[in-house]
Design a protein around this ligand. Structure first.
Ligand code: NAD
Ligand code: ZN
Length: 255
């Protein structure tokens, strides 16, 4: 058994004996589905600086310009399919070992990968709203209309949380509640730099949750609060972890 296999084994035991297991996911879990994260070289974010395009101030000041970025992102996201990491998390939930996913992603790939209990911390790009009159639309119905407009004439905004916008209260409260009582938190593919999502691991740790981190690179969590660091691609490590849980724990959890 190599070092990674030994750590996966240890992580699988923590998951098997936990009664409340959460996963906090970030853009890294969808990189292997073809959606670049904020830190990937090249691609979307080298042409559209998130600090310039993904703020609510930028949207209010110049929605046409921000829609140039949104339209490209929409193209990438709508072509993306769940990868083995999303699918393995869906299976872990079905087996009863994963209770909730809190995702910072807006790409719907967890749901497409079979997960049901998904808390969308930063919203979802499949609906659009009017900041002026409050009317809501399906993004699919508005494709082809660029920038998409409300019947009142104003430009619509996707229901994703831009920098400078509050987290949807339900997602914020539910995540806090769950993190406060979790026994295991898997942190997958997030740099843990975006606030307040990056407070979830420390809230869980205060409750003495075991923190299992899966990332290709070390993050600010790795040497501070992570208990088990599984270094590698999410699309390889997550399925290996789920296999280990199945092998050791059988088809269903102890509780
Ligand atoms: P981030 O871009 O800040 O960090 C991504 C992390 O994932 C990095 O630590 C990187 O090392 C790691 N990573 C990259 N590829 C990986 C792989 N194959 N396997 C495992 N780890 C991998 O992402 P963030 O922390 O989620 O913060 C960025 C913000 O932008 C979030 O709100 C995020 O949801 C949003 N965003 C979302 C999407 C999406 O919906 N898919 C895409 C880009 C950005
Ligand atoms: Zn309107």
């Amino acid at each position: 058994m190599n070092e990674l296999e030994r750590l996966i084994d240890q992580a699988s035991e923590a998951i098997i004996s936990s009664t409340l297991t959460l996963a906090l996911t970030g853009a890294g879990i969808s990189v292997e589905s073809g959606i670049p994260d904020f830190r990937s070289a090249g691609g979307l974010w080298s042409r559209f600086d998130p600090a310039e395009y993904a703020t609510i101030e930028a949207f209010r000041a110049n929605p046409e310009k921000v829609w140039e970025m949104l339209a490209e992102m929409d193209k990438v996201v709508s072509a993306a399919k769940p990868n083995p990491a999303h699918i393995a998390l869906g299976e872990l939930e079905r087996l009863g070992y994963l209770h909730y996913i809190i995702t910072q992603n807006i790409d719907n790939l967890h749901q497409e990968g079979g997960s049901r209990n998904v808390i969308e911390y930063h919203g979802n790009s499949s609906t659009l709203s009017c900041l002026w009159c409050g009317k809501s639309y399906s993004a699919r119905d508005k494709r082809g209309d660029m920038p998409p407009r409300c019947e009142c004439g104003k430009i619509l905004k996707p229901d994703v949380v831009f920098f400078g916008e509050p987290i949807p209260p339900d997602a914020l409260n539910r995540s806090f509640q769950l993190a406060s009582s979790a026994q295991v938190l898997m942190v997958i593919g997030t740099s843990a730099l975006v606030s307040p999502a990056n407070t979830i691991p420390s809230i869980a740790k205060q409750n003495r949750a075991k923190i299992i981190e899966i990332n290709m690179e070390r993050t600010q969590l790795t040497d501070s609060i992570t208990d088990i660091f599984l270094q590698g691609k999410a699309g390889e490590v997550v399925p290996a972890l789920v296999q280990a849980v199945k092998k050791k724990g059988g088809g269903s959890p102890l509780v």
